[in-house]
Design a protein around this ligand. Structure first.
Ligand code: NDP
Length: 241
């Protein structure tokens, strides 16, 4: 897949899956515009791969809209930024619930709205990939707010796919299992919990960020021209186990 001449906005490109996606896109010819929180990550992305960057807190709706507008025009969009808090259902706080929905669900909506308006406004076509999680499909203990925020994102993906594809923008979701990133360290460092999860993955390992990035690039590419509204597990078979 060659992305030469394509300009791609990637949120959460500072670390983990977003960073792997940004670097892979840049290696395959794209100009990447990274929207992420830490300036230090933007600096290293620029040094490593020439990525453009905008520092923004995606929990802030107005700042998110403003950053998205600055990042445009773009050919393609990857909504990858996400965050989590480990709280059992009985302990979920309103603050954590609101934060996770702001970053994991509302920010992708805002960035995609701006991207779609601008793209359609100039008569262009495009594609969006929203990074969800297997947590949107199953209940994972201590992930109540996270599961809800990702299931909400999937609802958006389906509506976007129905409304935007007739106008020329395909929209798909990817649903990774545990992927070896800083977020996974936060959520899965308990070896007993990790072993239980790993035991349900038939391929016998957690995902690497590049495993996820490869699928994101496929869904962005013209090779996936007939793929729209997909919820694509990247889970080594976890969902059938
Ligand atoms: P990481 O925590 O490794 O990286 C997340 C990136 O998003 C960081 O660059 C982070 O910036 C940025 N980010 C987080 N919150 C904000 C914010 N409020 N404003 C701006 N940027 C922000 O996460 P992963 O790479 O693991 O996860 C990427 C996506 O994949 C997420 O949507 C996650 O839910 C999903 N996912 C991850 C899985 C996993 O096991 N890792 C499994 C399934 C799905 P900073 O560090 O500066 O805060």
């Amino acid at each position: 897949m060659d992305f030469t001449g394509k300009r791609v906005v990637v949120t959460g490109a500072g670390k983990g899956i977003g960073r792997a996606t940004a670097l892979m896109l840049a290696k395959r010819g794209a100009t990447v515009v990274a929207l992420t929180r830490s300036q230090a990550d933007l600096d290293t992305l620029k040094a490593e791969a020439g990525c453009e960057g905008i520092a923004v807190d995606l929990a802030d709706a107005e700042a998110t809209r403003e950053a998205a507008r600055r990042a445009l025009p773009a050919d393609l969009l990857v909504n990858c930024a996400g965050t989590t808090e480990l709280q059992s259902f009985l302990d979920v706080t309103v603050e954590a619930f609101d934060l996770l929905h702001a970053v994991n669900t509302r920010a992708p909506m805002i960035v995609a709205q701006e991207y779609a308006r601008e793209t359609l406004g100039r008569g262009a076509k495009g594609a969006i990939v929203n990074v969800s999680s297997v947590a949107a499909f199953v209940g994972i203990p201590d992930h109540a707010a996270y599961c809800a925020s990702k299931a909400g994102l999937d609802g958006l993906t389906r509506v976007m796919a129905k409304e935007l594809a007739p106008k020329g923008i395909r929209v798909n979701g990817v649903h990774p299992t545990v992927t070896l990133t800083p977020m996974a360290v936060k959520a899965w460092s308990d070896p007993v919990k990790a072993a239980g999860m790993m035991g349900r993955i038939p391929v016998g390992r957690f995902a690497d960020p590049d495993d996820v990035a490869e699928v994101i690039l496929f869904l962005l590419s013209d090779e996936a021209a007939m793929v729209n509204g997909l919820s694509m597990p990247i889970d080594g078979g976890y969902m059938i186990a």
